[in-house]
Write a protein that binds this ligand. Structure first.
Ligand SMILES: [Zn+2]
Length: 255
């Protein structure tokens, strides 16, 4: 089976925060850098994205530092927006789904529990959830649904040969990771199931957890799915920019 290459595209940051944001309730006095990413997988199924960055309007509203339009970043890989076959939205926090309208032809894949929570729960209007999600971002997904491009998955699901959606709830109600066959073995783009490599390594959550028991089970499962620990990739670790070869501005090859 042909292998996929996985690229991390940094669309904003670095930004500095307390370590306690990324490792829950630990190291309050330590400052760490994090960045904002989405991922592109290149292989037989054509370009597949995990998450999509955010639109310029959303970046301005959220005051994102060092923002780059995701479309521009992708061009560094020679990929045009209309060529993106599949867009996997790991979850519906604003920093992961706010650019969906930039890819109007992609088949959009999402956890059913994620969609239902943000679409129907009255809890999403409470302030702890409004900081994580912009209701305006649903519009692009509703459009995808009307066009028959929105695919809701209740659990693990094959996406294409060598690619499998993996249900990994905990950080959010229906987070989906993507497992891919690579030349180094099975890799998982886990997005915010862990914000940094340390969350996986130390079995310790970040500050944003929707369901802690579910998170603990997902974490264990993802660790068992990869061929080696370094093939499990987190959502915001600045190491994805610093420790891997840069193939275009803001774009590094993870595997
Ligand atoms: Zn995030």
């Amino acid at each position: 089976m042909d292998a996929y290459r996985i690229f991390a595209l940094r669309y904003a940051g670095p930004e500095e925060s307390s370590q306690a944001l990324l490792l829950w309730n630990r190291d309050w006095d330590q400052r760490v850098e994090r960045a904002y990413y989405f991922w592109c997988l290149l292989g037989p199924e054509g370009p597949v994205l995990v998450d999509c960055g955010v639109s310029p309007e959303r970046a301005a509203q959220r005051n994102l530092k060092s923002y780059v339009n995701p479309v521009e970043l992708l061009r560094g890989l020679g990929v045009e927006p209309h060529e993106v076959r599949h867009l996997v939205l790991s979850h519906l926090h604003w920093d992961h789904c706010g650019g969906a309208a930039l890819f109007p032809q992609a088949q959009v894949h999402l956890g059913r529990a994620e969609w239902e929570f943000w679409s129907t729960s009255p809890l999403v209007r409470r302030s702890i959830f409004t900081i994580l999600h912009d209701p305006g971002d649903q519009a692009a997904l509703v459009a995808a649904q009307e066009e028959g491009r929105l695919h809701l998955h209740a659990g693990d699901a094959p996406l294409a040969p060598g690619l499998e959606l993996i249900a990994a709830p905990g950080h959010s109600p229906g987070l989906m990771a993507l497992k891919a066959v690579t030349e180094n073995g099975e890799a998982v783009v886990a997005s915010d199931c862990g914000h940094t490599f340390a969350n996986f390594r130390e079995d310790w959550p970040s500050i944003f957890i929707f369901d802690l028991p579910a998170w603990l089970l997902s974490m264990k499962r993802l660790r068992n799915l990869v061929s080696s620990p370094e093939l499990l990739f987190p959502g915001h670790d600045i190491a994805m920019s610093q420790d891997y070869p840069e193939v275009a501005p803001g774009v590094t090859r993870l595997v």
